[in-house]
Design a protein around this ligand. Sequence first.
Ligand SMILES: NC(=O)c1ccc[n+]([C@@H]2O[C@H](COP(=O)([O-])OP(=O)(O)OC[C@H]3O[C@@H](n4cnc5c(N)ncnc54)[C@H](O)[C@@H]3O)[C@@H](O)[C@H]2O)c1
Length: 327
Amino acid sequence: MILVTGGAGYIGSHAVLELRRSGQQVVIFDDLKEGHRAAAQDAPLVQGDLCDRDLLIDTIRRHKVDAVMHFAARCYVGESVTQPAKYVRDNARGMHELLEAMRACEVKRIVFSSTCAVYGVPAKVPITEEFIRQPISPYGITKRFCEEQLEMYCRAYGFAVVAPRYFNAAGADPDGQLGEWHEPETHLIPSILRTVLSGGTRTLEVFGTDYPTPDGTCVRDYVHVADLASAHRLALTAMKPGVFEPVNLGTGRGQSVLEVIAAARTVTGAPIPYQVLPRREGDPPALVAGGDKAKRFLGWTPRHVDIVETVRHAWNWLKAHPQGYQS
Ligand SMILES: NC(=O)c1ccc[n+]([C@@H]2O[C@H](COP(=O)([O-])OP(=O)(O)OC[C@H]3O[C@@H](n4cnc5c(N)ncnc54)[C@H](O)[C@@H]3O)[C@@H](O)[C@H]2O)c1
């Protein structure tokens, strides 16, 4: 039985779908502040806060949990600058409470959602796992501290840990069962698509066209959420007691903001005008995953690497759910 924290959120819900399709049993733990009951589908769901250690222990014991996938976190980089306390509590302390609940129940296998934000502004791209961790936002700092806690628990208590560092999660379940809905939406692809759906009431903003990139806009590595989900399933069998394994999850391809907008024009047929604003503080010019550790260590190769296909999956779900999970 796998405990999936944050399993009612965007990536966690796709992981739950993947696990259940492969015949595994799951229990979701989510406070539903950002997540959606409908995204949990009919999987068992415990609504609770990560900082409630007793409820975590009760959930692990009652459901006979033997491994954990930990997606639950606060994830708005900008908000983390103005409200760091929320990030220290939910991300850093939440990790501590979860680890202590696991230790109390002698459950030692965990896959932890880390992020390329732990690298900060890398000296070069592509980025491999050996790059120094120098996060520049409170969000990234709390994620690095989660990794550090996990490293200590591996060494001292024999925990088995895989920490996938995702680049930009994107797309939606190819069969259209699940998608991405955040309020506010800060991710590029759903922002573009929700602008199209708004019929002109929303304006798309592009932050910076003077970066040292081929077209001047930021370059990111958009990894399909269904591929992230399959990597998590594989991580459960690749992990080893006493070992902390960070692993980059990306496609190894970079797409600029303007290339993503062009892909969205192809998919939607809409003109998609945009307004150019100054650079946002702390946005590195390019973040692209490098190395072959995910393939070597997990046996994972991303299946959906065409940005047009990724945008199409996101669009198919959004068109069918214009109000998100309330639709
Ligand atoms: N989306 C990305 O591009 C991306 C990239 C890198 C890393 N990540 C990481 O992946 C994970 C999932 O991201 P997502 O985009 O699905 O986010 P999300 O906000 O959609 O999902 C997170 C879920 O965790 C729940 N949650 C948060 N704090 C909680 C708490 N204290 N107690 C209980 N539940 C809590 C939320 O309600 C939500 O359902 C996060 O850890 C995030 O940092 C995401």
